[in-house]
Design a binder for this molecule. Structure first.
Ligand code: IDC
Length: 371
C-alpha cells in the first residue's frame, strides 16, 4: 500500500530533473550543445511565418501545429526528458511542445534555475525535428507588468539570443493576463516591449501574445494589434467551461485580420479538472481544424486531475494496477512500443490523454480538416 501522500503529492523539485540535464545548458550553437542537436532532423515545416491570418510553413502553406503543453515545470519538470519528447514526436505525432514556465506559484521568480529545463526542452524539440513554445506563464498576479514578472525582458533576451537562429522556437510572452488589466494601457505596451526585445536578436521568429480574461479577449487585441510581422494572438479554452461565446470572439479576431493560436486547451473545466468533456472538446477541435488553428493541450503530466494526459498514481491504485502505482511517476515513458522506442502504453494514458493522442494521430494521418 502506498502512503497516500505519495499518490497525491506534486513531485519534489530538482530530484531526477536536474540529474537529467546532461550538458544542455548552452544553445545549439554553443560549445556544450548535445550531439543530438548537431545531428537533428530539420524542423518539420521549416521556418514558420504568419501570412495573412495563418501560420505557414517554409513553403508558404498553412500549417496546424498540434502538440502538448507541459504542466508547471516547477512541479512536473521531469517530463522534459528524451523519451517523452521522442514518444510525443513519433508515437503521438506531435509537432510542438509548450514549456510552461510559471513565474509565480513557486516557479521561475523563486527558482531561476528552472530555465535550464526550458533550454533542455527546446533542445529536445530540436533533436526531434519539432517546435517548442517557450511560455512565460503569467497567471497570478494577472498583470504581466507586476514586479513579480520583472525578469521578463532579460529572459526573452536570453532565449532569443540562444535560439533566435533555429526555426524551432516560438515565444509566448504572457500566458493569461487576468483581473484588472486593460489591453491598451497594460498589455499592449508590455507586448511591444517584449517584441522589441526579441526582435533585437530574432528578427522574424513567431511571437504569441496573450490577452485579458485569461487570454480570451483575442477580439479586443485584434482591434488594436501590436505592429510587426509574425505575431499571433493566443486564446485558451476548457471544453467544460467555454463554448460558443468564446468561439465567436475568436472568429471576430480572425475577421479583424489576426492570426490566432490556441496555446492551452483542456478536456476539463477551467479549473483543470471535472469532466472529461470529450464531446464539447470534439466540437472545439472541429472549429480549430476547419480554420487550421494550431494548439497545445493542457497538460502532459500525471497529476490527479482530469486535464492531465497521463494516469495518476492514485488512479492506478484505484484500478488495482499495483505495478503502475508503484512507479515513481509516469513522466518518463517505460513501455517498449512496437517500433523499438519507449511509449506510454494505453493503460498509462488518462481518458483525456487517450483522446488527444488519438486525435493527433488521426489528423497527422489524413492531413485534412474535419467537415
Ligand atoms: C492549473 C493546473 C493545476 C494547478 C493550477 C495552479 O492544472 O493543477 O494547481 O494551475 O494555478 C489555466 C492556466 C493553467 C491552469 C489551467 C487549469 O493557464 O496554469 O493550470 N488553466 O486550471 N487557464 C485556464 C485553465
Amino acid at each position: 500500500m502506498l502512503p497516500s501522500s505519495r499518490c497525491c503529492r506534486q513531485p519534489p523539485l530538482f530530484t531526477a530533473t536536474f540529474s537529467l540535464l546532461l550538458g544542455c545548458a548552452s544553445g545549439p550553437r554553443g560549445a556544450a550543445a548535445p550531439a543530438s542537436v548537431a545531428t537533428a532532423p530539420p524542423a518539420k515545416y521549416g521556418k514558420l511565418s504568419v501570412i495573412g491570418t495563418h501560420l505557414c510553413g517554409s513553403d508558404g502553406k498553412p500549417v496546424q501545429l498540434r502538440g502538448m503543453s507541459t504542466m508547471g515545470l516547477q512541479w512536473h519538470g521531469d517530463v522534459v526528458n528524451a523519451r517523452a519528447f521522442a514518444a510525443l514526436a513519433k508515437d503521438w505525432k506531435a509537432d510542438v511542445v509548450r514549456m510552461a514556465l510559471y513565474i509565480g506559484e513557486g516557479g521561475y521568480a523563486a527558482h531561476p534555475e528552472l530555465k535550464q529545463l526550458v533550454w533542455k526542452g527546446v533542445e529536445l524539440a530540436i533533436a526531434n525535428g519539432i517546435y517548442a513554445i517557450v511560455d512565460w506563464h503569467v497567471l497570478t498576479p494577472g498583470n504581466p507588468n507586476d514586479s513579480l514578472y520583472g525578469g521578463a525582458q532579460a529572459f526573452f533576451d536570453e532565449v532569443s539570443r540562444k535560439y533566435g537562429k533555429v526555426p524551432n522556437i516560438l515565444y509566448e510572452i504572457m500566458n493569461e493576463p487576468n483581473g484588472d488589466v486593460d489591453w491598451a494601457a497594460d498589455l499592449k505596451p508590455y507586448a511591444e516591449r517584449m517584441v522589441a526585445t526579441i526582435r533585437a536578436n530574432d528578427p522574424d521568429g513567431i511571437i504569441l501574445i496573450g490577452s485579458g480574461t485569461w487570454s480570451q479577449d483575442v477580439n479586443v487585441a485584434a482591434a488594436d494589434p501590436v505592429q510587426g510581422k509574425n505575431l499571433m494572438y493566443t486564446f485558451h479554452f476548457y471544453a467544460g467551461s467555454h463554448g460558443e461565446a468564446l468561439r465567436s470572439k475568436v472568429q471576430v479576431a480572425i475577421d479583424r485580420g489576426a492570426a490566432v493560436f490556441c496555446s492551452e486547451w483542456g478536456t476539463s473545466e477551467a479549473s483543470g479538472t471535472g469532466g472529461t468533456y470529450l464531446q464539447p472538446a470534439e466540437e472545439w477541435l472541429v472549429f480549430l481544424d476547419r480554420r487550421t488553428i494550431g494548439w497545445t493541450n493542457w497538460s502532459l503530466c500525471d497529476k490527479s486531475e482530469t486535464s492531465a494526459a497521463l494516469k495518476s498514481l492514485s488512479d492506478a491504485m484505484k484500478e488495482g494496477n499495483l505495478a503502475l502505482a508503484a512507479r515513481e511517476s509516469l513522466l518518463v515513458p517505460e513501455t517498449m512500443g512496437p517500433d523499438g522506442y519507449a511509449i506510454w502504453g494505453p493503460g498509462e494514458l488518462s481518458a483525456s490523454g487517450a483522446f488527444v493522442r488519438a486525435h493527433m494521430r488521426a489528423r497527422a494521418e489524413t492531413g485534412a480538416a474535419k467537415k
